[in-house]
Design a protein around this ligand. Structure first.
Ligand code: PLP
Length: 386
């Protein structure tokens, strides 16, 4: 058994925050109450849902309406399918390093006749605003570029992209699922039209997210149709307890974000330099671009990333190999391909993602365990007799 477990996989899921659990707890004991009802328990549920809606919206400033979804994936799908309309048509611009929650609906829309342009990124994973400009067409319905990448942590110049797209009358969506815990979205995103968020990436419960719509921006076609909840933008009974948890998580982010971003950036630097000084022959990814403060992406050549993650797990350190975040299964990473990382480095790629919960002691212990694990995995993969 490992001495103590060190959780460095926050980009996959952040631990549920204590204040979120506390906010949700009373709703486990409430009488069943559908927030669409008219009796008193229902009205209380409605008030809680609307209060949570306000807290979620406030993460992006004052000018947004919140459509609750089942998570970041559904929010991304809603943004794309809604932009393409029914039947889907026109042109979409997305980056080459979007999450599958963007790439997969884009692929499905392509099969239905929508044109999708994938804007390339440089070796640090950064989109050039000029490349977005070049991709825009008369029939472009939406530009969707993520605020921060989940694997390598690169930040995109969203406010500049928004200016460029708006000059041509094209709305912009951003997947801010990974950025929300670390960046002041109200400051960073300019006049962004739509923003995707996810509860479980910011200390809230899994199973809830949101698509934020700037006032005046509308869902053209809902993805989920039914009873007309959320003004028809997303049907289905709002899950009161999850919305309450998500709202509490957003309030916690608003309170702690700037302080935690500074503290965790220092811990991430300590982790980087600790790995550099204890493990020979490594390469960090995306160092030439602005980054999320919590994400350290390191390639350990001659050390299979999945074997290293398995070994670290035995030693009590949770991390992710390649793009395993989506499925728990290591597989080739479209992001690492898109930044042109050579196969030898891709094979040894591991992501360490820190959170509000991460302590200095944990980082010191993690460095020791990582150095030992890399040595063990490299030794095990040497041909016999060498
Ligand atoms: N977008 C990004 C950038 C993500 O990292 C993730 C989760 O890995 C998602 C979307 C999907 O969010 P959810 O798990 O809430 O569906």
């Amino acid at each position: 058994m490992p001495a103590s477990r060190i959780y460095l996989d926050t980009n996959a899921t952040a631990p549920l925050a204590p204040e979120v659990r506390e906010a949700m707890e009373p709703w486990l004991h409430e009488v069943p109450s559908n927030p669409s009802g008219i009796h008193e328990p229902a009205r209380r549920a409605r008030a809680a849902v609307e209060d949570a809606r306000d807290r979620v919206g406030e993460l992006c400033g004052e000018d947004f309406r919140v459509v609750f979804t089942s998570g970041g994936t559904e929010a991304d799908n809603l943004a794309l399918w809604s932009a393409a309309g029914l039947p889907p048509t026109g042109h979409l611009v997305v980056s080459a390093i979007e999450h599958p929650a963007i790439h997969e609906p884009a692929r499905a829309l392509t099969a239905l006749g929508v044109d999708v342009d994938l804007v390339p990124v440089d070796a640090d994973g950064r989109v050039a605003p000029e490349a977005v400009q070049e991709a825009l067409r008369e029939d472009t319905r939406l530009v969707s570029i993520m605020t921060a990448n989940n694997e390598i942590g690169t930040l995109q110049p969203i406010s500049r992209i928004v200016e460029i797209a708006h000059a041509r009358g094209v709305p912009v969506h951003t997947d801010a699922v990974q950025a929300a815990a670390w960046l002041d979205l109200a400051d960073e995103l300019g006049e962004i039209d739509m923003v995707s968020l996810s509860g479980h990436k910011i200390g809230g419960p899994p199973g809830i997210g949101a698509l934020l719509l700037r006032t005046g921006v509308e869902v053209r076609e809902p993805l989920i149709r039914g009873g007309g909840q959320q003004s028809g933008r997303r049907a289905g009974t709002e899950p009161t307890i999850l919305t309450v948890g998500f709202g509490a998580a957003c309030a916690r982010v608003a309170r702690r974000r700037d302080r935690e971003a500074r503290r965790v950036a220092a811990l991430a630097d300590a982790l980087r330099s600790g790995i550099e000084s204890t493990v020979p022959d490594i390469q960090e990814t995306g160092t030439g671009a602005p980054r999320l403060p919590n994400t350290v992406h390191v390639c350990f050549p001659d050390c299979a990333g999945d074997a290293l993650v398995a070994r670290l797990d035995l030693d009590g350190v949770a991390a992710s190999a390649g793009s395993a975040c989506a499925s728990g299964v290591a597989h080739g990473s479209a992001v690492l391909e898109a930044i042109g990382l050579p196969p030898r480095l891709q094979a040894g790629a591991v992501r360490f993602s820190l959170g509000y919960h991460t302590s200095e002691d944990e980082i010191a212990a993690a460095i020791e365990r990582i150095a030992a694990a890399v040595e063990a995995v490299r030794a095990a993969s040497l041909p016999a007799g060498s």
